[in-house]
Design a protein around this ligand. Structure first.
Ligand code: FAD
Ligand code: UDP
Length: 386
């Protein structure tokens, strides 16, 4: 029995690392972080492939944020390199810039366009749906049926195993549509990569004498053996914490096929999407953005499925309803046993890395308040969007 732990953390992903780091450095707590994987960084983990090429083990991670304060905070643990996240989509044998921009529209419709004429064209194409209720309606209302069928319909079906009509509008709403020639994947003002990689950044966060890390250790096997003096942070799947007693939440998984090639680069950009037939959704050559100089390169081909590691919460109305019932259990657990549920799987939200770090910092502020004032506040209820 370990009796000198103030904070027990399940998960050495972004949430677990940030909360461990803050609790040890700011509050002086003794922290134990456990992860059932053999490495740090959660899904942001990067490591050299056997060829020596640095790869992202769980899909490409493009760091971006609108929050300058967050960049300042992370800069204590890493230097940055500028990065351009450029994606193309292979539609009927032609590579198009994606997200859709002026060049995409010109190539797709075969005519020269200005931002003004493109606006007129899209006005003709789009369907008049005032309040899109799902991802299909969202895309149809922005770009119309022809572009939806070419770029979104089948990619979404492959990615999620269900049609876009079954998914919340925010899923396809992640992708902008542009009337200029901006060919970056996202719009955020800060787009950059940790110079030595994500794992190195998280390793540095955890480098503190009050933090211990136990890898290859399932939280479920030790949770009854350790009673932390202050609190527990749980960043695993919320339904698993409660032994699926209300039923299983759906998650979407991926399998990754890494292929080393004896060439410095083989793709024109970091990511190529395959919205057509075939099981693969995208091919990623991460070397475009890691800054690594190496004579070889590695492609990672992604194939989605329902079985395997839970990578994505599935944003549908049914899964949201089930999650809400788990959230009620979680709130009780927070009040009764000081277990705080934070993270993409613990809050069942399609968070990006910067967003989940903001959540972790918000959770830390609640811990600070609770332990400074003795007030009993529920973390989960206060951080949910209204
Ligand atoms: P995770 O990173 O999932 O970490 C949770 C950790 O908890 C895991 O290591 C897991 O092993 C551990 N764990 C769970 N249960 C237990 C248990 N019972 N016992 C012990 N350990 C346990 N974000 C971006 O900003 N940009 C991107 O381009 C981007 N691309 C992505 C691509 C893919 C394919 C995926 C899946 C995610 C992507 N993300 C991206 C999102 C990013 O990965 C997440 O936001 C972030 O990793 C969530 O951090 P977390 O700490 O909540 O969870
Ligand atoms: N999407 C699509 N076609 C594409 C890329 C994305 O239809 O070429 C849709 C798909 O439903 C996807 C969502 O937009 O799940 C969000 O895409 P993003 O690239 O942000 O997904 P992630 O990187 O999180 O897998």
């Amino acid at each position: 029995m370990l009796d000198d732990v103030d904070l027990l953390v399940c998960g050495a992903g972004p949430v677990g690392c940030v909360l461990a780091e803050r609790a040890a450095r700011v509050l002086g707590w003794r922290v134990l972080v456990v992860d059932r994987r053999s490495h740090l960084g959660g899904n942001c983990h990067d490591a050299p492939h056997e060829s020596g090429v640095l790869v992202h083990r769980y899909g490409p991670h493009y760091f971006r944020t609108r929050d300058e304060g967050l960049v300042r905070y992370l800069s204590r643990f890493t230097e940055w390199i500028p990065a351009k996240y450029e994606v193309r989509s292979l539609v009927r044998g032609t590579l198009y810039p994606f997200p859709i921009n002026l060049t995409t529209l010109e190539t797709f419709f075969g005519s020269k366009l200005t931002p003004e004429s493109a606006r007129v064209l899209l006005d003709r194409e789009r369907e008049k749906i005032d309040r899109p209720r799902n991802s299909e309606e969202y895309v149809l209302s922005r770009v119309g049926r022809r572009l939806y069928d070419a770029f979104y319909r089948d990619y979404t079906l492959k990615q999620w195993g269900r049609p876009a009509a079954d998914l919340d509008p925010e899923v396809c709403g992640r992708i902008p549509v542009r009337l200029d020639r901006d060919d970056r994947y996202v719009d955020h003002p800060f787009q950059m990569m940790p110079r030595a990689g994500f794992t190195a950044m998280f390793r540095r966060m955890l480098r503190h004498r009050r933090i211990r890390v136990l890898l290859d250790q399932d939280f479920r096997e030790i949770r009854h053996l350790i009673l932390p003096r202050k609190a527990t942070i749980y960043a695993g799947p919320i339904d698993e914490y409660f032994d699926h007693r209300l039923g299983r939440l759906p998650y979407r998984s991926l399998s990754f096929d890494f292929r080393a090639i004896a060439a410095e680069r083989v793709q024109p950009c970091v990511q190529i999407n395959f919205p057509g037939a075939g099981p693969i959704t995208r091919s990623v050559e991460i070397k475009h953005i890691t800054g690594q100089v190496h004579p070889m390169t590695v492609l990672s081909l992604e194939r989605p499925g329902d079985v395997g590691e839970p990578y994505y919460p599935v944003p549908t109305s049914a899964s949201r309803a089930l999650y809400e019932r788990y959230r009620t259990l979680a709130e009780h657990e927070t009040r009764a046993n000081r277990v705080y549920f934070c993270g993409r799987l613990a809050q069942y939200r399609y968070f990006n890395t910067d967003e989940v770090i903001q959540e972790a910092l918000g959770c830390f502020r609640l811990l600070q308040q609770r332990f400074a004032t003795g007030l009993d506040r529920s973390y989960s209820s206060r951080l949910q969007p209204s």
